[in-house]
Design a binder for this molecule. Structure first.
Ligand code: BTN
Length: 245
């Protein structure tokens, strides 16, 4: 059960880094959550940092052992965590969307980020560290992150962090059960139907090239598939495609 055991640290650099250090020392029970009240060196995608005002947000990592997954199937974990965040946030906020590959948006602003770090054993997954940052009660952001928002900004309401973590763990647990039960069809269908800018034409950028296209799906490994206005099918891996405005 995700969240049966919660380790709370007052201050650490990054809960993902701490989780991987713990795992080098001993095997923690599956579903262990490591949460930091203050994360002094939170890590985001592609070397970015993750801003979180101490005591205001959820910054935590979950340890899983999805050894039934082959390495080429690992994108399902991104989908399942994105969906769990959607399941938790959408009833509170509406207008929640998953921006490929795994940012959580409210309208056009980012409310949560996910950093998954997997360890492989042969061709299968050994352990997985699901790093999750949700902006909850922070209202002023000072980093150069382009469009941050939070539950408090959108609703005006202060949220109890312990309760939020508890509720979010329940959502993570039910989505992880779908992964364990190999209910890939539901995961894929739910992920696509909640995808930001799915099936509508927008402006995108790859390298220096701008083009208008619509997102039509994902390949089995998590690459995104777009169709341009002229009917050309283009496929991109993470880091190769920029959403323009
Ligand atoms: C991103 O959108 O760039 C991913 C952000 C992930 C942030 C979380 S906060 C908890 C965990 N520990 C980290 O250092 N990063 C993740």
């Amino acid at each position: 059960m995700i969240g049966n055991q919660i380790i709370i640290k007052k201050r650490t650099g990054s809960t993902n880094t701490l989780a991987s250090q713990y795992l080098k020392e001993k095997e923690l029970p599956e579903g262990t959550v490591i949460r930091a009240v203050e994360q002094s060196a939170g890590r985001g995608h592609r070397g970015n940092s993750w801003e979180s005002e101490p005591g205001k947000n959820l910054t935590f990592s979950v340890i899983l052992y999805p050894d039934f997954l082959e390495s080429h199937e690992q994108f399902i974990l991104s989908k399942m965590v994105s969906l769990a965040l959607y399941d938790y946030l959408d009833p509170l906020l509406k207008a929640v969307r998953i921006k490929w590959p795994n940012d959580i948006y409210v309208n056009n602003d980012k409310i949560a980020g996910i950093l998954i770090e997997n360890s492989l054993l042969g061709s299968s997954l050994d352990y997985s560290i699901l790093g999750i940052g949700v902006n909850v009660n922070q209202t002023i952001f000072t980093s150069d992150a382009p469009n941050p928002t939070s539950l408090k900004i959108v609703t005006g309401i202060e949220t109890d962090l312990d309760r939020a973590l508890n509720d979010l763990c329940k959502c993570l647990n039910s989505r992880y059960l779908q992964v364990v039960n190999r209910d890939t069809a539901s995961i894929n269908q739910d992920y696509l139907s909640r995808l930001y800018r799915f099936n509508d034409f927008y402006l995108y950028k790859t390298g220096a090239q701008l083009f208008t296209a619509k997102i039509t799906g994902l390949d089995p490994y998590g690459a995104i598939i777009l169709e341009t206005e002229t009917g050309e099918i283009r496929q991109f891996r993470f880091g190769e495609l920029e959403y323009v405005i």
